[in-house]
Design a protein around this ligand. Sequence first.
Ligand SMILES: Nc1nc2c(ncn2[C@@H]2O[C@H](COP(=O)(O)OP(=O)(O)OP(=O)(O)O)[C@@H](O)[C@H]2O)c(=O)[nH]1
Ligand SMILES: [Mg+2]
Length: 407
Amino acid sequence: MHCLRRLRNTSVYNIVQRQLVSFSEQRGYKISNENTSRTLCVTACVREQDSIAKPLRSIKKKSKHNNPQYFVDIKQVRTIGGNGGDGELTFLQLWVNDQAGPDGGDGGNGGHVIFEASTDVKDLGHVLPVIEAEDGEKGYSKDCFGKNAQHNVIKVPIGTIVRDLTGKILCDLNQSGMMFIAARGGAGGHGNAFFKSDVNQSPKICEYGAIGENLQYLLEIRSMAHVGLIGLPNAGKSTLLQAISRAKPKIAAYPFTTLRPHIGMIQYDDYEQVAVADMPGLIEDSHKNKGLGITFLKHAERCATLVFIIDITLDEPWRSFEMLRYEINQFNPKLNDRPLLIVANKMDLPNAEVNLQLFQEHVNMPVIPISAKMGTNISKLLREIKILYDNFKIDEPEKNNEGNEEF
Ligand SMILES: Nc1nc2c(ncn2[C@@H]2O[C@H](COP(=O)(O)OP(=O)(O)OP(=O)(O)O)[C@@H](O)[C@H]2O)c(=O)[nH]1
Ligand SMILES: [Mg+2]
């Protein structure tokens, strides 16, 4: 099946190459192979439309709850293991023998704090900033041992990376069921019965339980969404996410409405689900940590493919596209190699048509014109996103085999 897909991609590539070459010859440009492969993702129109899965309209209505649900992809946590239970110091007294010897039991062990990779959770929103495990029970008289505490197992999404506060990677939870012991619980203390010996028949000592570990970590999700929406503030990213999914990000006519990422799912009729992330707006000098800066760019790093949303009504809209690419390149040049789509939004407004033509001339890559607010051309965009996703799925196993050199 993959071979077939590859074959189909190769033929599409050739068609695109020929089309671009003739296009560039007319205009006197020279097109490199690199340019062609980048633009390949935006040229689905040459494929047969039937072969592309169709997006499904959700049969479930949007929720009426007003509390916004963010996607949490990075979190700093403090983990505290449970203390061990103290040992007991007692002596047994019977009616026939009031000095029947030491009988203080041992304390139970404190619980560990453990992170477990699981398919049950998708983000780190449920992970509390301070996670504690229970203490072990103390020992009792009559040689009764205290109960060991339960471990506190916190589920995290598959692909969570655990770092210490210096940024060093301690563990990559990349398989379901993988566990990382974040903080060990203390061992239970011995009771005085433990210390009874030939030379000391009635020891008057017992141990305190050991104190559990107290450590801090940085949890990070390696991959946040299949598609990330990148754009200047007010470009219409949240409006687009609302239009294509059941997500309800806040929309307003002022910049930086979105401060934390939102995720929406697009369903297709081949049972695939594509996760799309609406991200905070990117501004000039973000790579120098201006605006939401590095935090924003780190979100972008966790998206497999990027969709650039351009407000086409701006003066010289190509400048904003160049700026977005420059910022991303400055932060991490590898991000520029990710498959991308360019979307011209707000096509319902005056001047949009003229600006679109100028934009296409400057950018020299296929552009999808849409109006997120009016819903114009959204189905075409969804088909292009599916093609981008399919191509990414084909490439993904190869990249995984190469190893995770980034980490
Ligand atoms: N006319 C028109 N207005 C749009 C369109 N898309 C978005 N808008 C408007 O543009 C404004 C900003 O939209 P948002 O979706 O909040 O923009 P954003 O990119 O998420 O902005 P930040 O979260 O601040 O980065 C809102 O007033 C929207 O109604 C469109 O296609 N046509
Ligand atoms: Mg927004």
